[in-house]
Ligand binder design. Sequence first.
Ligand code: UDP
Ligand code: MG
Length: 329
Amino acid sequence: MVEISVVVPCFDESEVIDAFHTALVAALGATGATFEICYVDDGSGDRTVERLRGLAAEHPFVRYTSFSRNFGKESAMLAGMRMSRGSVVVLMDADLQHPPELIPRMMDLHRRGYDQVIAQRDRTGEGVARAAVSRAYYRLVRRFMDVEVIDGAGDFRLLSRRAVDAVLSLPESNRFSKGLFSWIGFDTVAFRYENVERAAGTSKWGGRRLLNYGIDGLLSFNSRPLRMAIHTGLWLFVSALVYALWIIGNVVLNGVETPGYATLITAIVALSGVQLATLGVIGEYVGRIYHETKRRPPYVVRETDASAGAPRAGAGAGSDAVTAGSSRT
Ligand code: UDP
Ligand code: MG
C-alpha cells in the first residue's frame, strides 16, 4: 500500500530533473512513509524521457508516462493523477520552485483532517510587472468566477484520495485545474512559503500563454460574460427608450428638427461594437461546446514505465508498437 504519490509534470526539464529527484527522495525518505513518484513527460524535446527511463530502471518507486507530444501541464497533471495509487497525492513542479521539504508539513496538516493542503507562494523575487498583472487578474477572477481561486496558490498541493477521485470524476476535457480543485470542495487549508527561483532551464509561460490561460480560467467556470452581455443589452435598450421619448417630447413641443448625423453614426458604431464583442463571447462558448463534443482524450501516451520494460524483456515487438491511444483508468 503506497501512502504518498508525488505527481510531477515535466516539460524540457532534463537540466534540473536529477537535482529535483535527489531532493524529493531525501524529503520523502524523511517522512518515513511509503511513496511512489509519478513523472509525466509532457512531450519534451530534450533528454527528459531518457532521464526518466534511467530513474525508473534504477528505483522501483519511480514510474513515468510519456506523451506523444506536448499536451500542456493540465493534461500532464491529469495523467499523473490517473497513474497515482497512493492514499494521498502531492502535485509539484519539476523545477524545484516547489520545495520538497514542505511535504512533511503538508502531511501533518493532512493528518489533522484536511483533504486539500495548498502551499501558497508569496511573490518575492518576481518581476514587478508580472506580480502586478497577476494580482489584478486574481482580483478580477474573484469578482467574476463562481469558484474561489487564491492568489499565489499554484499547483503545489496535497490531495487526499477521495479529493483526487473527485477531480478525476469530472469529465470535461477543457481542464482548468485551479478551478476544478476549488470546485470539488472538501476541507482545504493553505500555508505560505517564500517563492523560490527556478533551479535551471526556463519558464514555459510567456505573456501570451498566460493571457490565454487567464481567459480560459475566466470562461471555463461560469457563464457570467454572457450575463454581462444581457445586462449591456438591457441598459442600451432602456437608454434608447429614454432617448426616443425625449425626441418625441421635443417634436411635440418645438416641432420637427433635422436629426443629427453625428448622433446616428455614434449610435451605429457603438452598437456594432457591442454586438461584435457579444458575438465573440458567444463564439468562445460555442467553441468550448464544440471542443467538448468531440470527446477527444486529453492526451496520447507514447510510453510508460510498464511498456518500456516490455521490449527489454524480449517481447521484441519494436519500440513503436507500444501503447498508443488514450490511457483510461
Ligand atoms: N510543464 C508541463 N507542460 C508544459 C509546460 C510546463 O508539464 O507545457 C511543467 C514544467 O515542466 C514544470 C511545471 O509544469 O514542472 C511548471 O512549469 P514552469 O516552471 O515553466 O512554470 P512557472 O513555474 O514559470 O509558472
Ligand atoms: Mg516554474
